[in-house]
Design a protein around this ligand. Structure first.
Ligand SMILES: C[S@@+](CC[C@H](N)C(=O)[O-])C[C@H]1O[C@@H](n2cnc3c(N)ncnc32)[C@H](O)[C@@H]1O
Length: 235
């Protein structure tokens, strides 16, 4: 895909206003910066904020001593796979976390890079990779991974399941905790649950195959008119 570059965050937002990235809106996610306030979110802004609040609360409750001068997550290292424009990446970075983010869609990545270039501290906090996650990453020791509405895309709706499972196994080696949510059974790029299997059990099966051992339901997120479980997987 062609690389895209913006000279400023203002130029990026003007581009999004003129070139909707989603069928139902300008952007997929509600971005945590005032510059994006006039843009329409195609998914469900309130549910994204709810998901972040569930993840944030869980991180702060389960990670000791991560707070520091730059916020309550100052000593947290996050791997965000399928970061989109960075709603979760920047939400964590604004709390002080350092985030390694992977996003192959060139416009999303260019917007994120414009944010990183202009916003105080973001260039120290966020390492943005304009590419798909691959299992070649080694030596990184992250505190947590975010895999939110992305695994089904990595698996290309099931057509690339073996490669995606290999990548997920590598995420499990990198991060002892993974926050996991995705769509099942709806749309051509979703994965399918087995007959009689509920979404939570389907997520657990995928997480277990990757090497995670404990699973906790944090809450349900309603996107596109139906609920999805948001799960914490632990090694
Ligand atoms: C439905 S969006 C979810 C975005 C965000 N994680 C969230 O929950 O709001 C899925 C994102 O994953 C990205 N993606 C697809 N395949 C990927 C891959 N192999 N590695 C990393 N990101 C990928 C897409 O470009 C898209 O931005």
């Amino acid at each position: 895909m062609k690389a895209v570059d913006f000279q400023s965050l203002r130029e990026a937002v003007e581009y999004l206003k003129a070139n909707k990235q989603e069928r139902g809106g300008h952007v997929y996610e509600p971005m945590p910066f005032a510059e994006f306030n006039g843009l329409r979110v195609s998914s469900n802004a309130g549910q994204h904020r709810k998901a972040w609040e569930l993840i944030r609360t869980d991180i702060l409750a389960t990670h000791d001593s991560i707070g520091g001068d730059e916020g309550p997550m100052d000593n947290l290292i996050v791997l965000d796979v399928g970061a989109n424009m960075g709603f979760y990446t920047f939400s964590a970075a604004l709390e002080g976390a350092r985030v390694l983010a992977y996003e192959p869609q060139p416009v999303y990545s260019a917007v994120a890079r414009a944010i990183i270039a202009e916003k105080d501290s973001m260039s120290r906090k966020v390492w943005w990779q304009d590419k798909p996650f691959d299992d070649g990453l080694s030596g990184l020791d992250a505190s947590a991974a975010f895999l939110l509405s992305t695994f089904n895309w990595m698996a290309d709706g099931g057509r690339r399941m073996d490669e995606a499972m290999q990548e997920l196994t590598s995420i499990c080696h990198i991060a002892p905790v993974m926050y996991f949510e995705q769509g099942w059974n709806k749309g051509k790029n979703c994965l399918r649950t087995k007959a009689g299997q509920d979404q939570f059990d389907a997520c657990v099966e995928v997480g277990r195959d990757a090497g995670y051992k404990d699973f906790l339901l944090l809450g349900d997120i309603r996107v596109w008119g139906y609920s999805r479980p948001l799960i914490r997987c632990s090694r």
